[in-house]
Design a protein around this ligand. Structure first.
Ligand code: FMN
Length: 241
């Protein structure tokens, strides 16, 4: 009988000990789980967000339209070749008009490239001034820089063609801002030369960005009538939300 009781006690003790050891394993798990979770979840969330941005090709939040434009306010009616569009009595530059239309279509943010110095408003004076800057290989100081560049995947860059080249403020911007990993979509206005060599120059200045070669260039003669063409072009890019 005694032997039987002893055996029973030993059995009960063994069951009790086994239960304790299981509990201590379970206790150990919750201590490890948050560590693994907190390391994994934010990574997945970040990758998901980037993927969404890429697959949508850009949304309101990640499209930026950066442009340079010099509306020729002096002699608005007198100079036939002057660059401006008059809308509701307001004078806007040709490239500005295209930029604002792109902004309306994409819902992106707009950034006007402005220089510390002011450009002449008179057509002939402006042509001399711009060509001198090119001859001197100038880098005019900018008034402002793009803020929160990391928020943008797709950047429209717009400019008037000057002396077959980019206006020098574009060099200042493109040499001081790193667009690596971004998609740059060029647009320009011109007096007959189209993009000239400016797409290649953009590629040289931003070798780690993807330069979309399906850019839009509009003759200054056609700018005021170009809204429909701009809308169609933007639609063809699939950058709208
Ligand atoms: C300094 C200067 C140089 C220019 N050089 C050229 C040129 O080489 N080829 C061209 O087609 N148009 C040239 N143009 C015309 C402009 O590209 C055109 O008027 C443009 O639409 C101006 O745009 P904006 O009003 O946005 O400044 C030049 C204009 C200026 C002021």
């Amino acid at each position: 009988m005694k032997k039987g009781k002893l055996l029973l006690s030993a059995l009960l003790l063994a069951i009790l000990l086994a239960g304790c050891s299981q509990e201590s394993e379970q206790d150990a798990q919750p201590a490890q789980t948050p560590e693994i979770t907190s390391g994994t979840v934010p990574k997945r969330a970040t990758a998901g967000t980037d993927d969404q941005k890429k697959s949508s090709g850009g949304t309101n939040g990640n499209v930026l339209i950066a442009y340079f434009s010099v509306p020729e306010a002096v002699g608005v009616d007198a100079v036939a070749r002057a660059s401006r569009v008059v809308e509701d009595g307001e004078v806007v530059g040709n490239t500005q008009f295209v930029a604002e239309t792109i902004q309306q279509e994409t819902g992106g943010e707009i950034f006007r490239i402005e220089t510390v110095q002011e450009y002449p408003g008179d057509h002939d004076e402006l042509v001399d001034f711009g060509e001198n800057e090119l001859a001197e290989d100038a880098r005019p100081d900018l008034k402002n820089q793009i803020e929160n560049l990391e928020n943008y995947d797709t950047i429209f860059i717009g400019y008037p063609v000057w002396a077959g080249d980019l206006p020098m403020p574009l060099y200042t911007l493109l040499e001081s801002t790193d667009f690596s990993g971004k998609t740059i979509i060029p647009f320009s206005t011109h007096g007959g030369s189209g993009f000239s060599g400016t797409i290649g120059t953009l590629e040289d200045l931003q070798p780690d960005a993807t330069i979309n070669t399906n850019g839009l260039t509009v003759s200054r003669e056609d700018v005021s009538e170009s809204r429909e063409d701009i809308v169609q072009w933007v639609n063809s890019l699939s950058v709208k939300q």
